[in-house]
Write a protein that binds this ligand. Structure first.
Ligand code: XIL
Length: 425
């Protein structure tokens, strides 16, 4: 393994006269430079992981590779609606529990994927309910699944793929959107926050990794949600990419969300058509250049099991789950990129990534949007007490409560500090 880095070269210049080989090992040890992805990522304040499933984590070869290199997992399919609620009101966690237990046993973090999506949602997608009934279905699903994994999931993909492709199209037409209305987006965040107030709540999408029409629409939606004080903490950029990717555009897109105080996670990375070392390092550096880029997740371990197809050349290992073979050149280059991360940005990332959502559901930052004051949901009024039964929120005005169910009179200073906005229903 090559430990050489910019730092070792700087040291070489300073010390002089020592052979490069001796020096690189001496410096690696002196600076404690990491030699695995997970150690290098932890030092850079980054979560690094793969999408997985309950079958693969019980395979010894696979488990050894995952444990050696990664510190975060996400279920590729087993936390989706059709898996966790196979029929209405019946919840099943077998596969997801296996993955969650494997993560806990091995001191790994867990992403949650996903509550609300137009796809893989089983019976719900063909359920022709009224607005109120569909709200109840969505709310119950979030309360049950989020409640089951409460405290175990670092980042939840509350919403998945809700923006239409292309530019300027706004929300995707989906069964949730059509049967509830556009405010299903707001409701999903509020109900998720009520269920697991410590989790980071994300909206996750594809084709919006760099600066383009779709990411512009997502940026505008994020701003709107923040203006309305919805508990959104992160955007997931899926990063289903191809060889020759434009790293600068991705870097700049991540930055503009950072300027809003929004976390970015690269959630489903694969670099199709045999992604090169340059592509992988470019993507990693686009993340490392930004303090708000906190998670780097590949969508699978080995090419042989990729959803893209076994010839994709798109992941960090070739072979299959039973015989994963590390792509050593790419992995070593990623370790080096992590080891070379700018210490000032690393320090800022560690501080930022550790910020917890406050009692009002918002991430505490110095950003203007995140002033710690009561948040009101004037268009989402709580009408019944129990989370998990229908419906907790209804439309109206003048009876607003915040995400904790407090009325304005119960919130000190609320009358003067609130700026309410009623959304179109
Ligand atoms: C994919 C899985 O990888 C496949 O196994 C499954 O058959 C379909 O879904 N965007 C997402 C992921 O958010 O959930 C998708 O995962 C890939 C695209």
């Amino acid at each position: 393994m090559d430990f050489k880095s910019h730092r070792s070269i700087d040291r070489a210049t300073i010390l002089g006269g020592v052979s490069a080989l001796t020096l690189s090992f001496a410096v690696a040890s002196a600076f404690g430079q990491a030699t695995t992805l997970k150690d290098a990522a932890a030092a850079a304040g980054l979560n690094i992981g793969v999408a997985t499933n309950s079958f693969n984590v019980t395979n010894a070869n696979y488990a050894a590779a995952v444990k050696a290199q990664f510190n975060t997992l996400v279920c590729e399919n087993e936390m989706k609606f059709q898996s966790t609620e196979p029929s209405r009101g019946n919840f099943s966690y077998n596969g997801a529990n296996t993955v969650a237990n494997f993560a806990a046993t091995n001191n790994m973090k867990l992403r949650g994927h996903t509550f609300v999506w137009h796809s893989q949602s089983g019976w719900a997608s063909s359920f022709n309910g009224s607005r109120a009934e569909m709200q109840s279905i969505m709310q119950t699903h979030i309360a049950e699944v989020g409640g089951h994994f409460k405290g175990k999931v670092l980042e939840w993909d509350v919403l998945n793929e809700i923006t239409a492709d292309g530019s300027g199209n706004g929300l995707r037409t989906s069964f949730w959107q059509q049967r509830i209305g556009n405010d299903y987006v707001d409701s999903a965040f509020v109900w998720s926050q009520r269920t697991d107030p410590a989790a980071y709540l994300y909206y996750n999408d594809y084709g919006a990794d760099g600066l383009n029409g779709k990411s512009n629409a997502i940026y505008a939606l994020t701003q709107r949600l923040m203006t309305d004080k919805r508990p959104i903490h992160g955007i997931g950029l899926q990063a289903h990419l191809s060889r020759g990717l434009n790293a600068n555009s991705i870097r700049d897109n991540i930055k503009r969300f950072g300027d809003l105080g929004i976390r970015i996670s690269l959630t489903e990375i694969d670099i199709n058509n045999t992604g090169t070392t340059q592509d992988w390092v470019g993507l990693m550096n686009a993340c490392l250049a930004n303090y708000n880029c906190v998670s780097f997740m590949a969508w699978g371990l080995a090419d042989g099991n990729s959803w893209i197809g076994s010839n994709c050349g798109c992941l960090l290992y070739s072979g299959t789950a039973n015989s994963p073979t590390p792509k050593t050149e790419i992995i070593n280059a990623l370790i080096q990129a992590l080891n070379n991360a700018d210490p000032a940005i690393v320090a800022k990332r560690k501080e930022f990534a550790a910020r917890l959502p406050g009692p009002n559901g918002l991430l505490g930052t110095t950003q203007i949007h995140y002033a710690q004051r009561p948040v009101m949901h004037q268009n989402l009024i709580r009408t019944s007490g129990k989370v998990g039964v229908s419906p907790v929120f209804a439309t109206g005005s003048g009876k607003a409560t915040d995400v904790l169910g407090r009325k304005p009179a119960q919130i000190k200073g609320a009358a003067n500090s609130l700026s309410l906005r009623v959304l179109p229903q």
